[in-house]
Design a binder for this molecule. Structure first.
Ligand code: 3PG
Ligand code: MG
Length: 393
């Protein structure tokens, strides 16, 4: 795959797909690691005197975090780059092409949320998207397409696959760094390799676990978060009231698949439940009960930290517990701290996990990925249309 080192961008018009999708609080976009990291790629292109046009999305149409305008993102990017990022509230059409034509060397222009146009998310192939109006209209204006976000590469959306199909294209710095880090937890794993899976979406993990086990590449799989609870149920433990919660979350849909590999997975030996709004830790023989579970217990934390001490490679996806609530942040905090201090190569992925790394100011983790779904799919060996299109040119 080509990178920015393979192109001389001075004076060239460069179209860059980044992922600025960030948390929204009361309509206000929060400065995120994604905005900070992609700003560096844009700054590099600007410093090299490219004329830079940026494509990005925010949320999904019809969902709470969707914003049609990316004006706030442009302001946040400007703050990071130390230079104005222009914004135009159109995606294509004469206003956009005029603004592109007027761009001077080093200038950066962000376009409207790509998902404001319904054609963006239509389920089409790269070839089909390349024939759509968006790509057809804009492609004559560009010399190069740069894909900077692994986090969108699992989507066969127009802005992700269409331009790469018809323009010279390459990986931006963020994508380059992500792929380099991922190599160390896929093709070039130093053993022992410890995988820690937590969070609230166990369904995402099955393909990944099966792949690592089939290829005999993993030495320990430590389960926590809702996934850890599903693993306990797979081992025949009745969690009582928590069972219904897991079912409501759809976490139990994978129980059949989890049971098939449960003897290869380490499950928690104690859990922290909420009792009168306080953290109370209970051993497994205290279940079933009527309490809700919010974290792994101290004995589990100690046991997992010991296993992490011997690791040469660590990959964590999903937090061990509900870290936003101080009573229940212990598991997440201790495990992340341990990973930061470990001598191993460490990679942490997923939105909540990376937010926790930032919130607790954890130092020493080798790579904090900006991706969630795309990362898991990549590691499970599934195809990522956004990467395929870069490899094909
Ligand atoms: C994300 O936040 O997961 C990426 O920006 C991709 O967004 P999506 O999951 O809505 O496609
Ligand atoms: Mg997503």
């Amino acid at each position: 795959m080509k990178t920015l080192d393979d192109f001389d961008v001075a004076g060239k018009r460069v179209l860059v797909r980044v992922d600025l999708n960030s948390p929204v609080e009361n309509g206000v976009i929060q400065l995120s690691a994604r905005i900070r990291e992609h700003a560096k790629t844009l700054k590099e292109l600007s410093d090299k005197k490219a004329k830079v046009v940026v494509l990005a999305h925010q949320g999904r149409k019809g969902e709470e975090e969707y914003l049609e305008s990316l004006e706030q993102h442009a302001k946040l990017l400007s703050g990071q780059i130390g230079k104005e990022v222009k914004y135009i509230n159109y995606l294509f059409g004469s206003d956009v092409t005029k603004a592109i034509e007027e761009l001077k060397e080093g200038e950066i222009l962000l376009l409207k949320n790509t998902r404001s146009w319904d054609g963006e998310t239509e389920s089409l192939t790269a070839k089909q998207h390349a024939k759509g109006s968006f790509v057809e209209v804009l492609k004559p204006y560009f010399d190069l397409f740069v894909q900077d976000a692994l986090s969108v590469c699992h989507r066969s959306h127009a802005s992700v696959v269409g331009f790469g199909y018809v323009l010279p294209s390459c990986a931006g710095r963020v994508l380059e760094a992500e792929l380099k880090a991922l190599e160390k937890v896929s093709e070039k794993i130093e053993r022992p390799f410890v995988l820690i899976l937590g969070g609230s979406k166990p369904a995402d993990y099955i393909a990944l676990i099966n792949k690592y086990l089939e290829e005999d590449k993993v030495d320990a799989i430590l389960s926590c978060g809702l996934f850890g609870q599903v693993c306990l149920i797979a081992k025949g433990i009745d969690l009582g009231k928590q069972n219904a919660f897991l079912e409501g979350k759809g976490a139990m849909d994978v129980i059949f698949d989890v049971k098939k590999v449960i003897d290869k997975i380490t499950a928690p030996v104690d859990l922290a439940v909420k009792k009168d709004d306080k953290r109370v830790e209970l051993k497994l023989d205290k279940f079933p009960n009527d309490y809700e579970v919010f974290d792994i217990g101290s004995k589990t934390i100690r046991q997992y930290c010991k296993i992490l001490s011997d690791a040469k490679t660590i990959f964590l996806k999903g937090t061990p517990g509900y870290y936003l609530w101080p009573e229940f942040s212990k598991g997440t905090l201790k495990i992340l701290k341990k990973i930061g201090k470990a001598k191993a190569f460490s990679l942490v992925g997923g939105g909540d996990s990376s937010a926790a790394v930032e919130m607790f100011e954890i130092k020493g983790i080798n790579h904090v990925s900006l991706s969630g779904g795309a990362l898991l799919r990549y590691l499970a060996g599934k195809r990522l249309p956004g990467l395929e299109v870069l490899e094909s040119v």
